[in-house]
Design a protein around this ligand. Structure first.
Ligand SMILES: [Ca+2]
Ligand SMILES: [Ca+2]
Length: 421
């Protein structure tokens, strides 16, 4: 019986090893024998899945951003925190050489204090004040070329592959990572774009989100025409997170999984295999339970960046279940669609095997033969894909010396049943 005044009791169930997640297990539990009380839900299903935050750039006011604070922050050196790590593409399809991207800190309404009072984005002197706080994120070094691959082309690549052919062999633009740049964690910040003539657009004034919500990593400065697009993928766009709320639909309300369409298109001469693989946290690690010296179970992490990691990723993809899927090469300028069922709350990485198709992890002994969406898993530790939006991955199938058109293998993971949120 509840103490007087208490009209709701919550039951919290934990696992002995808090960090492990088991995507294919569901626990059903039942509450009964209530005395002098009613139980609202007598039975419930519990899914054991990762509880990491969804890493996202959130917008508080127009052009004012903050990044999620991760549960992991206390355990990792801030400089290594994925939360603050941005993948930045300066697409030459919309930018000019010399365009520079900055961030600067603002208050939650976008205003900046000049020492006496807050200056709003609409007030005189705002841009000059913002400029004093600019921190450089990326510079565009390539001449404008509208043929190059872009977020807009990524969107139509699967339904109209011929529209993407113009980008073949044209370098996409400057791709970099904001590693080492300290984007303020949980504080508010804005972005600015300055061209080589000194003209400045700030996100708090001249900014709009791409008109297509799917391209949610693409931000657009200047409203006229296509504007100047920049791709900013939080956590370097390395993983696809099956967020329970984002993909909620009546059809998956009681399931621990979500069904997605997986579209794959190819604009490379290589015949490459590919796969999706489930990882165990937002850093792309694999976690295993091992026995410690005293016989008690202990968690062991396999971090990205070695052949064992590549083998495990490949092994998981070969399960063709909730741990991952594999796929066969797609013809040049063609696309395929399949259905994949992924586990709620879990994160998935992608890989391609340039010009090769492997049948077993044992065949994978040279880490140069596989390219990952997870940067640190690559032999070169370089970005091999651009994430134009949630579930959109555009891979380059050659190394840094290649054509860098980043259209060689394109993936789009979109929900089969539209979310109602
Ligand atoms: Ca290509
Ligand atoms: Ca290429």
């Amino acid at each position: 019986m509840s103490p007087k005044g208490v009209n709701e009791l919550r039951l919290v169930l934990g696992t002995a090893m808090s960090l492990i997640n088991i995507p294919d297990k569901t626990i059903n539990f039942k509450l009964e024998n209530a005395k002098n009380a009613s139980i609202a839900d007598t039975t419930k299903d519990i899914f054991l899945y990762a509880t990491d935050d969804l890493i996202a750039l959130n917008q508080e006011a127009p052009g004012v951003f903050y990044s999620n604070k991760s549960l992991w922050d206390g355990e990792y050196i801030p400089g290594q925190s994925q939360v603050q790590q941005l993948e930045i593409l300066m697409p030459r399809a919309s930018l000019k050489a010399g365009d520079r991207l900055f961030w600067f800190d603002v208050k939650s309404d976008g205003s900046i204090n000049n020492g006496i009072k807050d200056i709003k984005p609409s007030e005189a002197g705002y841009i000059a004040l913002a400029k004093q706080r600019f921190n450089l994120l990326a510079t565009s070094s390539m001449a404008n070329d509208p043929r190059a691959f872009s977020p807009d082309k990524a969107l139509i690549a699967f339904s109209n592959p011929s529209a993407v052919l113009a980008s073949e062999g044209i370098a996409i633009g400057d791709l970099s990572s904001a590693a080492g740049t300290k984007l303020p964690n949980a504080d508010r910040f804005a972005f600015a774009l300055e061209d080589s003539k000194g003209n400045i657009s700030v996100s708090t004034k001249d900014f709009k989100i791409n008109t297509n919500p799917i391209l949610d990593n693409t931000v657009v400065f200047n409203a006229s025409g296509a504007g100047s697009q920049v791709v900013l993928a939080p956590a370097e766009g390395e993983l696809f997170v099956v967020d329970e709320l984002k993909y909620y639909a009546p059809s998956n309300a009681k399931a621990s999984t979500v069904d997605f369409n997986l579209d794959v298109a190819s604009f490379g001469s290589y015949k490459s295999g590919y796969g999706l693989f489930r990882v165990d946290n937002q850093f792309g690690d694999f976690l295993f339970i091992v026995q410690s010296a005293d016989g008690s179970p202990q968690l062991m992490a396999l971090h990205p960046g070695n052949t064992n990691y590549a083998k495990e990723a490949f092994k998981r993809s070969q399960s063709n279940g909730l741990d991952g899927i594999t796929g066969l090469p797609v013809d040049f300028a063609h696309s395929t669609r399949s259905t994949v069922r992924l586990a709620k709350g879990n994160s998935y990485g992608l890989y391609i095997t340039p010009d090769k198709v492997f049948n077993s992890p044992d065949q994978l002994n040279d880490p140069s033969e596989i390219l990952f969406s997870v940067k640190k898993a690559n032999l070169t530790q370089q970005l091999q894909q651009v994430s134009m939006g949630t579930g959109y991955f555009a891979f380059e199938d050659m190394g840094f010396a290649g054509d860098r058109d980043f259209n060689d293998m394109l993936f789009a993971i979109t929900p089969k049943d539209p979310s109602i949120i």
